[in-house]
Ligand binder design. Structure first.
Ligand SMILES: Cc1cc2nc3c(=O)[nH]c(=O)nc-3n(C[C@H](O)[C@H](O)[C@H](O)COP(=O)(O)OP(=O)(O)OC[C@H]3O[C@@H](n4cnc5c(N)ncnc54)[C@H](O)[C@@H]3O)c2cc1C
Length: 392
């Protein structure tokens, strides 16, 4: 059986960046399990959907981003056996560890919406949330001549809860520039009861939707897409027995999401929601002290973003090192997360906050104002930081 000092399950933003922090361990001490050939910088997909970047810009071969001294196990985690310190792979092999980092991200569940994924084969139906469909967003925008453009938010936790509306503001500006906005009605149909969780940024976003004449329907959950009649059916969450049907010319779908099966099926590692059960400050598992977690697969009560992953990485690393030295986890994660709320082709509201949903801003100015500098940060600076610093 293969055996590692540190085994990392998942080579996405969280797994790859944590593995890099353990680069000082001897060659072969760190193993990373991930079946994917390609590593994606998913935050760029908002810009891909808006035609500002290509899917290729957001990707690199996994072999290039994983740390050189780590062993890449190109398979999927099938299950965890934390009492034996063992992970089982889909190919039937088992891998032993001294310390485990779980970083498996989230599972997209398009198939929970009736008519999907088949409707993606038909005009106007698109989604920035998957490498398979993100290119279709810009194509749908270019083909749009008028009618309803609908942007949805599902009735589950999702990664980057700002992204479902960012693409809407981009679409609005695109339609204005191309002379079709007067023929369009734009709808933001969200399962949530608020436009954004933090009041300061929510107030700013309400102003943006009013200025741009965008219709916001809260507590509307997309349950079915009917491509033949170009209809989208929403459940009214305040009256769950009732539905409301909208015609669409363009339908941008944010899918329901959930914890990855390997975590959800491991009753000893997950909490009742199926997410990895961590101490929210130390990022250490509540029952298995040699298990840590990071990113979207965890039960940390904060919006799931790559920015949060960046803040969690160092806390995890320091605490895991302490545990390796028979000491206690002392570092604390305060819940820092950030969401660059892109509001067009040159503007952005830079939301930053913590577990208390209190703004935790980096710059000495009001970050709830739309800003070109914040947009430049999102489009040009953060991708470089991600590839050159964060993953190394
Ligand atoms: C459209 C969009 C816009 C976004 N915008 C932003 C933004 O502006 N700012 C921001 O900070 N964040 C943004 N995010 C969120 C950000 O991308 C995620 O929060 C971040 O990638 C989470 O990192 P992670 O390591 O937890 O998961 P991921 O990066 O998703 O990595 C999970 C990894 O686990 C692997 N995996 C899955 N199952 C298994 C298995 N069974 N066995 C082994 N490996 C497995 C996958 O192949 C993947 O490599 C956005 C995301 C999307 C989709």
């Amino acid at each position: 059986m293969k055996s590692f000092k540190v085994l990392v399950a998942g080579g996405g933003a969280g797994g790859c960046s944590v593995a890099a922090k353990f680069a000082s361990l001897p060659k072969g001490a760190v193993g990373i399990i991930d079946p994917a050939e390609t590593h994606y910088y998913q935050p760029m997909w908002t810009l891909v959907g808006g035609g500002m970047k290509s899917l290729k810009d957001s990707s690199k071969p996994m072999s290039q981003v994983l740390p050189k001294n780590a062993v890449w196990i190109k398979d999927s985690v099938a299950s965890f056996e934390p009492r034996e310190n063992v992970v089982s792979l889909r190919n039937g092999e088992k891998v032993q560890y001294e310390y485990l980092v779980v970083a498996l991200g989230m599972k997209l569940e398009y198939n929970k919406i009736e008519g999907l994924p088949e409707a993606f084969e038909t005009p106007g139906v698109c989604s920035n949330y998957s490498a398979n469909y993100v290119d279709k967003t810009f194509r749908s925008l270019k083909d749009f001549k008028g009618g309803n453009a609908i942007f949805t938010f599902p009735n589950t936790l999702i990664k980057c809860p700002g992204a479902p509306q960012k693409i809407m503001y981009i679409a609005d500006e695109y339609m204005r520039k191309h002379g079709v906005r007067n023929n369009a009605e734009i709808f933001y149909n969200s399962s949530l009861g608020v436009i954004f969780a933090v009041k300061k940024y929510a107030d700013a976003l309400w102003k943006v939707v009013e200025e741009r004449n965008i219709n916001v329907n809260l507590r509307h959950e997309l349950i079915e897409v009917k491509p033949d009649s170009k209809e989208a059916v929403f459940r009214l969450l305040e009256k769950p027995e009732e539905t409301r049907t909208f015609q669409y010319s363009m339908l941008h779908i944010t899918p329901p999401m959930g914890p990855p099966d390997a975590v959800k099926n491991s009753s000893e590692l997950c909490e009742e929601t199926g997410y990895l059960d961590l101490n929210k400050f130390t990022l250490q598992h509540k029952r298995f002290p040699n298990v840590f977690g990071i990113g979207d697969c965890t039960n940390l009560p904060i919006p799931k973003t790559a920015a949060a992953v960046a803040a969690q990485g160092n806390v995890l690393y320091q605490n895991m090192k302490s545990v390796m030295e028979n000491s206690e986890s002392k570092e604390r994660y305060d819940g820092y997360t950030s969401c660059p709320l892109v509001t067009g082709y040159s503007k952005c509201i830079l939301a930053e906050f913590d577990y208390d949903l209190s703004p935790l801003e980096t710059f000495p100015l009001n970050q709830a104002r739309e800003s070109r500098t914040a947009f430049h940060l999102k489009k040009d600076v953060l991708p470089t930081l991600y590839w050159e610093l964060f993953l190394r």
